[in-house]
Design a protein around this ligand. Structure first.
Ligand code: ADP
Ligand code: ASP
Ligand code: MG
Length: 405
């Protein structure tokens, strides 16, 4: 029998009615002759609530216990989905990450999948039993529950599709595909029929949370046919595929944003070999995910170092840098936690110059000041004041001709 992975996100399993309509979609595929592995997220809001309870209990929490708590939402959803399938005549059982097992690294809270043992699940398919798998979770080398980072159920689904040799991995969510910008910010965003793995990888890593970055990485590596579509309708979604499959290609395919960024500057650090390592070493040791980095060298043998990180890591960054003050001897530490990151992405940039200039002019025309810039072969990102975030997304979307007129 051909196999199919169907993943349902938080809003798609938010209540019993929605679980029932998701189960109907599963039944339809079962009737088409597929062995189905359903991957579920926790009910919308549940993981946030569980994570909040961990933080309220312990500020510098033990990441293994964090995983024990936050993985619970998926366990409930998988049981309810299996029961619902049984109720509508689809034989199914739930599987937790450790039961399959889905082996991961030991980086609790941000683990990576190493291997999935599918033999038992495949044997059960042979008995006519479909699978409902808790997304987001696995088992670490320490034998304890691990989780894959926020949005990680997408990665569970793609990894399972690769391990099962599934014909497709369908990601059902609360939008009907991948858009040229987050449709919640840009109402004129256009749904794409297809998008290249590489572009989706950049968009995901630059904030388009519709797919977890790691999920796209795995889909690209294992050539998983990945489709994003709506749980609530029956329209076709967006296919993530090789760029050769895409006929029409804009220079820019999409605009992404990250709302909660912070910009941290160390002013007047004595400039000497090893200064960058001395700054970013302690930040890494404190688990701070540094994103953009800019260094300005002054004529006086001093340097200013600026970097960005998520706002909820500012406290840890500050603690790391204050502890290193003796060694670094910077004059001042300045935090601006009211910034956002806006990026434009497109594989067409490889063969077209001038995207950065067009982007900067469009932002200038709206009176938006750029604080930090980074570029790669297929993207340009800027940090700006958060209050201009929506305006910037809309202006760039318009400038690059992405709007749905
Ligand atoms: P799920 O719980 O189903 O995993 P998510 O909230 O993680 O859903 O992802 C879906 C959301 O991603 C959408 O509601 C949308 O607001 C957001 N999103 C951001 N960028 C895009 C984009 N380019 N295309 C579609 N959705 C996007
Ligand atoms: N429930 C987890 C989260 O909210 C995983 C997911 O939804 O993909 O991050
Ligand atoms: Mg998600």
């Amino acid at each position: 029998m051909p196999r199919l992975v169907m993943k349902f996100g938080g809003t798609s399993v938010a209540d019993l009615d929605r679980i029932r309509s998701a189960a109907e979609k599963v039944r339809r595929e079962v009737e088409r002759g597929y062995d189905v592995a359903v991957v579920v997220s926790a009910r919308a809001g549940e993981t946030d609530e569980l994570a909040g309870r961990v933080r309220a209990t312990s500020t510098l929490y033990d990441a293994r216990e964090y995983d024990t708590v936050v993985a619970a939402g998926e366990q409930v959803a998988s049981g309810l989905m299996a029961l619902t399938l049984q109720e509508i005549g689809v034989p199914a059982r739930s599987w937790q990450g450790w039961q399959i097992p889905i082996h991961t690294t030991g980086a609790h809270g941000a683990a990576r999948i190493l291997e999935i043992e599918t033999q038992e699940m495949v044997r059960k398919f042979g008995e006519g039993l479909h699978a409902v798998v808790s997304g987001f979770q696995g088992i670490g080398p320490d034998g304890r529950i691990s989780t894959l980072g926020r949005g990680g159920s997408d990665t569970s689904a793609v990894a399972l599709a690769a391990a099962l040799g599934a014909e497709r991995c369908d990601i059902y969510t609360d939008v009907d595909g991948i858009y040229t910008a987050d449709p919640r910010i840009e109402r004129r965003a256009r749904k794409l029929d297809k998008i290249a793995y590489e572009e989706m990888l950049e968009l995901a890593s630059l904030g388009a949370r519709v797919l977890q970055t790691r999920a796209v990485e795995l889909a690209m590596r294992y050539k998983v046919r990945l489709q994003v579509l709506s749980s609530f309708g029956d329209q076709p979604g967006t296919l993530v595929c090789d760029e050769e499959e895409i006929v029409e290609q804009n220079v820019v395919s999409g605009v992404a944003h990250v709302r909660d960024e912070a910009k941290i500057t160390l002013l007047k650090v004595p400039d000497r070999p090893g200064v960058a390592a001395a700054i970013f070493g302690p930040l890494a040791d404190h688990g701070v995910n540094v994103d953009m980095i800019v260094q300005n060298i002054g004529a006086d043998g001093m340097t200013d170092m600026t970097f960005s990180c998520p706002t909820d890591e500012v406290a840890r960054a500050r603690a790391a840098l204050e502890a290193a003050q003796g060694a670094l001897r910077y004059r001042e530490l300045v935090v601006d936690d009211e910034v956002a990151k806006i990026s434009v992405v497109g594989i067409g940039m490889r063969s077209h110059s001038g995207v950065a200039r067009t982007m900067f002019s469009a932002l200038a025309a709206e009176g938006i000041n750029i604080k930090v810039i980074t570029t790669s072969e297929i993207k340009v990102s800027v940090l700006i004041d958060r209050k201009y975030m929506e305006l910037a997304v809309q202006a760039l979307h318009q400038t690059f001709g992405l709007a749905d007129d």
